[in-house]
Ligand binder design. Structure first.
Ligand code: BGP
Length: 483
């Protein structure tokens, strides 16, 4: 069997990690602009890098040197997108996932009218994609709440943020809806508890809720309501368009077959599916609501919320997949870092330089589980291997480890489709090197295209095809039959 002719192949970027253009054209501050890269490039202590206070924000805002704030520069995509899109087209991309930076359209989030320069940039980007035959898949919110909303409203904790987001989304649909037919409301919406500042614009020291968990679930509920509301709006304005939800897929295995480990794994999984259950299924699981209540958390339902969620579910379920997780009740079980989480080590898996466990079979398990659960089309919108690459003396980047990673994942993906999964497409994470989300490092590279830029911002920004570039082109050309 093979993938259908309509299967979409491409890559995925996020505005806050790629665009740059900080301080230009009326672009406002965004939460990730104040995240400091640790001076030691090897340090990827996630919690420390993502902890912000009002004081650290003020200090960062007063520091005009982007050296330690790499997301302000990104890879300068905002000025080089034509060149980059041409390279994507050369690989044969039929889809490119990008996000729209909220503060490029609404610099503080509160303006009544959009910033015209921002609108013009995205229009040009989408028009150029159309010219090249690349369909846009657009995320409305990818770790980019306007900083001002975080400071003045504690971001998504304030229910009024829903209305501001609706205004932003309406502008996106009205201005770009003729070019964009596939949307995603929130990137990795389940990230709220793991990184409240980047996901929710929440500054922990100013939280007045009973607990930080309560604050996170309140903010998350507001995002669910906002997501459903903009889904309804999209259907009114563009009935031919589709809205997807997006989760971090962390398929979880029990460390042993001891029933305690299995029960703990199931409890983890229930939380894993919590967001897609609401966004694709239309309601919170009663068991999860009980679990939250036991943690002292109440979901702040207001009149009409339940109905809105039920009636405006996602058209497709998209997800990132980098690794599987393992669960154990043994407090001494060996731990290993993962995508913004610390998990139990799985002795059967190898891992990347950053300790992320590599598990292609977990991708197939994820696809089958998600499709079984929701019976909605799926979209793999992030997957890839972050590594330090070296440019050899002859100018080549021999990233056969990356090819090996993708090959193994594609085999499992195709097998899942053969087993009955309805999969719309695949976008690899960071088809061109960009600034890492969790570490703000440039040296953690995912691309088929190398960018000459180091952790301190030195480099020409020149783009260079890696060996994997040629391999991916042939995969796309053969629609996955030539791996
Ligand atoms: C996901 C995010 C992305 C991305 C990716 C890789 O969680 O949606 O924005 O960056 O992970 O993570 P990192 O850049 O930390 O290696």
């Amino acid at each position: 069997m093979a993938l259908s002719d309509t299967f979409l192949w491409g890559g995925a970027l996020a505005a806050n990690q790629a665009e740059g253009g900080w301080g230009e054209d009326g672009r406002g501050w965004v939460v990730t602009d104040v995240l400091r890269r640790h001076p030691n490039a090897d340090n990827d202590d996630f919690a420390a890098l993502h902890a912000v206070t009002l004081e650290s924000i003020a200090e960062a805002k007063a520091d005009p040197d982007p050296t330690y704030f790499p997301k302000r520069r990104g890879i300068d995509f905002v000025h080089r997108y034509r060149e980059d899109l041409a390279l994507f087209a050369e690989m044969g991309f039929s889809v490119l996932r990008v996000s729209i930076l909220w503060s490029r359209l609404y610099p503080t989030g509160e303006e009544l009218e959009p910033n015209e320069a921002g609108v013009a940039y995205y229009l040009d980007l989408f028009e150029e994609m159309q010219r090249l035959g690349i369909q846009p898949l657009v995320t409305l919110s990818h770790f980019d709440a306007p900083l001002e909303l975080a400071v003045t409203r504690n971001g998504w904790l304030d229910r009024a943020t829903i209305g501001l987001f609706e205004r932003f989304a309406r502008t996106c649909f009205e201005k770009f809806g003729h070019l964009v037919k596939m949307w995603i409301s929130f990137n990795e919406i389940d990230g709220m508890e793991r990184h409240p500042f980047t996901s929710g614009g929440i500054i922990e020291e100013t939280v007045t809720e009973t607990s930080i968990s309560q604050a996170c679930y309140t903010a998350l509920h507001h995002q669910f309501v906002a997501g459903a509301s903009v889904t309804r709006l999209l259907r009114e304005l563009h009935p031919d368009a589709q809205m997807g939800c997006m989760i971090t897929m962390l398929t979880t295995y029990p460390r042993t077959c001891h029933p305690d480990d299995v029960a703990a794994t199931r409890a983890k999984e229930r939380l894993l599916y919590m967001c897609s259950d609401v966004q694709a299924g239309g309601s919170y699981s009663p068991i999860v609501l009980r679990q939250l209540a036991e943690m002292g958390v109440t979901v702040p339902f207001e009149e009409g919320d339940a109905e809105l969620l039920r009636e405006n579910t996602a058209d497709f379920v998209s997800f990132s997949y980098y690794m599987s997780m393992t669960e154990s009740v043994d407090p001494d079980a060996e731990r290993t870092p993962g995508n913004t989480v610390l998990g139990v080590k799985n002795p059967y898996l190898g891992s990347s330089e950053w300790g992320w466990q590599i598990d292609p079979i977990g991708l197939r398990i994820s696809l089958l589980d998600l499709y079984d659960r929701y019976r909605k089309p799926l979209f793999i919108v992030e997957n890839g291997l972050g590594m330090r690459d070296t440019v050899d003396a002859d100018g080549r980047i021999r990233d056969d480890y990356r090819v090996e990673y993708f090959r193994a994942h594609f085999e499992q993906m195709i097998q899942a489709v053969d087993e009955g999964v309805d999969l719309m497409g695949y976008t690899s994470w960071g088809p061109i090197d960009l600034v890492s989300s969790s570490t703000s490092q440039m040296s953690k590279r995912y691309g088929f295209i190398h960018v000459d830029l180091d952790d301190l911002g030195n480099g020409t920004l020149e783009r260079r095809r890696k060996d994997s570039f040629h391999w991916y082109r042939q995969v796309i050309e053969s629609n996955g039959s030539n791996l």
